[in-house]
Ligand binder design. Structure first.
Ligand code: ADP
Ligand code: MG
Length: 487
């Protein structure tokens, strides 16, 4: 069956659970460093190891980040909450339980605004966001006989972001994840790197016949390390479900693993009908109260968010939505743009330079904007130099910009002057050059005078060559016409 065939008969229902590792200095309930890539089992104190007699202590930064994200997602912030123990036995969970929030998640409700498959705006409603801790990391493929465990990750603070079952297809899931990743990066709460596992996503998916009132049996897919793979896993599952149903089978409630090498999913474990995590309030952590003053303070210090910038760029600055989204896509690019527009009101030109020459340079050299040699000041100076008419656009992109990148400490003006690239608006000098060119090319000149207008290009080329491209094209065209009539 093809995806299209399935979608004719079935409605797809998807809910996503995202785990975001927080960029705090220390762990959620201890002072152990929270750091990616450290030597295994070095960031572990008796608290991370769950030794008897140790006590957790809540990291205030975790709460701050949770409220930041909650406000950015328009959630209700819970004022009085507690933590819960989720009990289960696994080798990478030394305490034998995870400290999480069951009954009183820090955020409820809210939504993330995305575009649906048709490009229309859609609110993806959130069920909740809660605070919890990561487990250690089990590595099954490093040793042929044993599973190795790194407990550095045990106790790293997480926010779990759960959506309502309102996502309809792979495109919406893709756009939602991209938006959440953008949001956590703008907020600085998580680095959003799915490849490193600092943002992870579980997909819950089911299908039901079109028009049906009741959801189908859902399956949970884990272990996707890119947003693209989440979309692929969804498309695979949709077809698999329909094929199972068409063959008279039933969908089992199970957890499946995504295998990127085959772009398919494999059954991992059957879920029992009811979990038995035996949640109960964590007795070692006190109740947590969040005051209105605290929420106001977080709100006041929120950085500019992607949607605010989109509105600002498309209304106040008059950029197209396409350009605006292009800039906002990366926080660091947007911050560079913000620096530029603080110094010039040539907004459209600033956007064009950033999305054009600057981005091509970055792509060609596989660099990030933070490694770009030129400050935003330099690009603004270049834009101003063009505006003044001191250099033309061609010279600016083809000569001055490449020279600036090589000499970041020189201003575009110094560079243009030193290389003789400043526009010759000296018509006398240009007239002499044009007359010379006419007399050196008698044949073309005669044909041009006799009306062969397409030779304009030929003469333009000759003049640009003689002036190293610095002649102003408009003045040159006027002079060519003036002089030819006097010959
Ligand atoms: P669990 O704790 O077992 O993972 P939850 O009730 O917290 O279960 O739901 C997890 C996710 O599954 C949520 O994002 C929810 O929207 C989604 N979900 C629930 N029912 C369905 C369904 N029938 N089809 C697809 N997604 C679903
Ligand atoms: Mg789940």
């Amino acid at each position: 069956m093809t995806l299209e065939e399935v979608l004719e008969k079935y409605t797809v229902v998807i809910g996503l659970e995202i785990h975001a590792q927080l960029l705090t200095h220390s762990k959620a309930y201890s002072a152990d460093p929270n750091e990616f890539g450290a030597v295994p089992n070095t960031n572990v104190s008796p608290i991370s190891l769950g030794h008897p007699g140790t006590l957790p202590r809540l990291n205030a930064q975790t709460v701050n980040y949770a409220v930041k994200l909650g406000l950015a997602c328009h959630c209700d912030i819970t004022r009085d909450m507690h933590f819960d123990r989720k009990n289960y036995f696994y080798a990478d969970l030394p305490k034998g339980y995870q400290i999480t929030q069951d009954k009183t998640p820090v955020c409820t409700g809210g939504y993330v605004l995305i575009k649906d498959a048709q490009g229309n705006p859609k609110k993806i409603e959130l069920t909740r966001i809660h605070m919890e801790e990561d487990s250690g990391k089990s590595m099954h493929d490093l040793d042929p006989f044993n599973t190795l465990i790194d407990l550095n990750r045990a106790g790293v603070p997480l926010l779990e972001i759960v959506t309502e079952p309102v996502i309809k297809d792979a495109v919406e899931a893709y756009n939602y994840l991209t938006e959440v990743r953008k949001l956590v990066r703008y907020l600085g709460v998580c680095d959003g790197n799915m490849e490193e596992g600092s943002m992870r996503c579980d997909v819950n998916i089911s299908i039901m016949p079109k028009g049906a009132k009741e959801f189908g049996q859902r399956v949970e897919v884990k272990n996707m390390n890119s947003i693209r793979n989440v979309a692929k896993a969804i498309e695979f599952e949709i077809v698999r479900h329909a094929e199972v149903l068409a063959a008279g089978g039933t969908i089992l409630q199970e957890t499946r693993n995504y295998d990127a090498t085959t772009s398919s999913t494999v059954g991992m474990r059957k879920k029992e009908a009811a979990h038995d995590y035996r949640y109960f309030p964590e007795p070692d952590l006190g109740a947590l109260h969040i005051s209105q003053e605290y929420i106001d303070e977080v709100e006041k210090n929120q950085p500019p968010l992607p949607n605010d910038l989109l509105i600002k760029y498309t209304t106040k600055l008059g950029l197209s939505e396409y350009d605006a989204l292009n800039i906002i896509d990366s926080k660091n690019i947007a911050m560079y743009f913000e620096d530029m527009i603080a110094k010039t009101n040539q907004y459209k030109k600033a956007a064009n330079w950033l999305m054009g020459s600057v981005k091509s340079y970055l792509n060609q050299n596989a660099l990030e904007i933070k490694d770009f040699p030129l400050s935003s000041d330099r690009i603004v100076q270049l834009i101003e130099l063009i505006e003044e008419g001191a250099i033309n656009n061609n010279i600016a992109t083809q000569k001055v910009f490449p020279a600036m990148v090589e000499n970041p400490d020189k201003s575009p003006k110094e560079i243009a002057e030193a290389n003789n690239w400043v526009v010759k608006d000296d018509s006398d000098e240009l007239e002499i050059i044009i007359k010379d060119i006419f007399s050196n090319n008698p044949d073309e000149t005669k044909r041009f005078k006799d009306g062969e207008r397409k030779l304009t290009g030929f003469f333009m080329g000759q003049i640009m060559k003689a002036t190293k491209g610095s002649a102003d094209p408009k003045t040159t065209a006027q002079l060519i016409n003036k002089i030819i009539n006097t010959i």
